[in-house]
Design a protein around this ligand. Sequence first.
Ligand code: ZN
Length: 376
Amino acid sequence: MTVPFSFDLQATDGSARTGVMRTQRGDIRTPAFMPVGTAATVKAMMPESVRATGADILLGNTYHLMLRPTAERIARLGGLHKFMNWDRPILTDSGGFQVMSLAGMRKLTEEGVVFQSHYDGSKHNLTPERSMEIQALLGSDIVMCFDECPALPADRTRLEDSMQMSMRWAKRSRAAFGDRPGHALFGIQQGGLDEDLRKQSADALQDIGFEGYAVGGLAVGEGQEAMFGCLDFAPDQLPTQKPRYLMGVGKPDDIVGAVKRGIDMMDCVLPSRSGRTGQIFTRTGVLNIKNARHADDPRPLDEGCRCPACSNYSRAYLHHVFRSQEMISGMLLTWHNLTYFQDIMAGMRDAIATQSFAAWEADFHAGRAQGDIDPL
Ligand SMILES: [Zn+2]
């Protein structure tokens, strides 16, 4: 029997919320951080290692997968879960954002977007209907509406026109999604930083009706203060009893600030990408493993971390393999960063459940303000 998609909001503390999303492929504890598996892999990580960090769900990118190896090929091979050996929930984006940020030539019309692949220049068409078809071929558990997102700053006319087209596309996405028991379709609120446009967008989406709602169009260069300013009102415009997803966020303090303002889910490439470039997030701030100060340091990256990089390896070793460009470097450093991000989420879930979010948050900021441990 198919488990219907549902969201059980279990506790709140201020605007912060904790709960569980139930899907046919397992529960997702919220607030949730989704590692990004762009090309059917979270780079440098085995799927079982991603799970070991504490991730309940990961994100796949429609734009990349539709171009290579193609959604049709993945469907023939049994769907994305089987293809990449991840049997837990997957959320896929709609492809719209990455067409705008990655594709070569592109032409935007009411119908959708025609664009050239950044891999080989081949021509493709992405519409709400085609995006729904691709995400169904992939077998995604949480499907995102196809939308358009202008870069910020944008003038109000541009924001309003874009938002209204995204709302028409949301309606087309809902119709094309069809009846897929056990799967969820999320609408995406747009409207830039404008409270009135955000409200219009939230109302339009609720008239259509979705299983969850994303706050879209943020983390596109507006800065943390402006983003938090928008999150002071945007989540409250969305239904209380449905999950709220902030797309493409972010740094540890962005994540904590977003959860504080009522966000339930987020995704970002930051922990995995930084793992490959040697930038490490710890309970006491940020460090760069390529720095010479680590060359003779036998201590772990983070004394408080349970990951294999911290349990079994010294800073000196991690510095050495990074400088030597050994593959294990990206593997261990990504594992650490993803573990730290998941530990932040677990800490917030516990704090919200026990009504101690403010104390947890103060502790989080105090630890990070300390900065990295002193050199030996
Ligand atoms: Zn660690």
